[in-house]
Design a protein around this ligand. Sequence first.
Ligand SMILES: [Zn+2]
Length: 393
Amino acid sequence: MAEEFEPALMRAQAFDGEKLAEGIVDWVGMETPSDRPDLIDRILDRVERTFDGLPVEIQRLPARDGCGGQMVIDYRPAGCDGDAALLMGHVDTVWSAGTLAQRPVRREGDRLYGPGIFDMKAGSYLATETLRRIARQGIVPPRPVRVFLNGDEEIGSPVSRGTIERLAGEAAFVLVPEPSYGAPGTVVTARKGWARFDLTAHGLSAHAGGNRDDGRSAIREIAHQILDIEAMNDSERTATFNVGTVHGGTRANVVPDKAGIEVDMRVDDMATAERLVAAMLARRAVDRDIRLEVDGGLNRPPFVRSPAVVRLYSAARALAAHLGLPIGETSRGGVSDGNFAAANGRPVLDGLGCGGGGAHAIDEHILVSTIAPRAALLHAMLTSRHFQSLATD
Ligand SMILES: [Zn+2]
């Protein structure tokens, strides 16, 4: 009930969006492609320094296997207890070093353009800055606050995945400030799971004119596979398939001995994921003389709108209503680290970043008018005892 929210929360609305925008632009100014662990270290060093003298504990997990490092910031002053509220964001982007020189940050009205600003420098900055302010103001939150930043999300979080799963398992709830799509205030309460497969057909080459019958066309086999897999879009209700690339053959007058495809599969729930991954890996060639090789599997498990997610979202909605902030929910086909966090049953709320558009595209931007409301909501979720009891009891 609205009247149970702490009156002090209203002060959380005193965030200055223009001032926060400067901090976001500062982060965008430090380019952090996933394949440059050195640059990812540089932004993490910078973030670490902004906490100098504040009562937080910072843990760095060094870069390895070509993936950027990670950082965990813990704030647990005397007086707070229980499992932490976990904020989770990535600092890597899909943009190569040098992109900024081609496409510098620019402002057009409410739109602030820049590489990686929407996905998700703005959100990761707000998570970090909100914690920094709470620590600086000496606020004792009901639960400890933990911010996790990783540097390999855009390449599938191969190194950070284990840390994400562990931290999510230790958290009371998980907030992911990935981009917000749609009407102002929209958050994400479900994401599809994502699997990828490589299919390669191994046939037998022959002269197309001289001895065609001795050959076994790998392209013909792959054509069968493409149509069969695309047809699963009609028969499956909770999964979609996309044959995204096709390759094969050498010359028009050669029966092709090799051809292949790459397949993207999106799936709503784990039972469907397990069934269809098994079915994909068990695929056999239609032509008995051809060997079909299938590699791949589930990269991100589905983030399901579980009762725990619904409870967290309902609490956020009540809080937003109390603060006069817009909120709404949606589900997404695109994945995030929220998928890993949700897979073990934790309450997760994603899409808590700024509104905007153009993720992974040249028109990538955020809406400056969404910065302060998002900061206010994050701040209130971390500091309101009433919100946290609604979210987790
Ligand atoms: Zn992202």
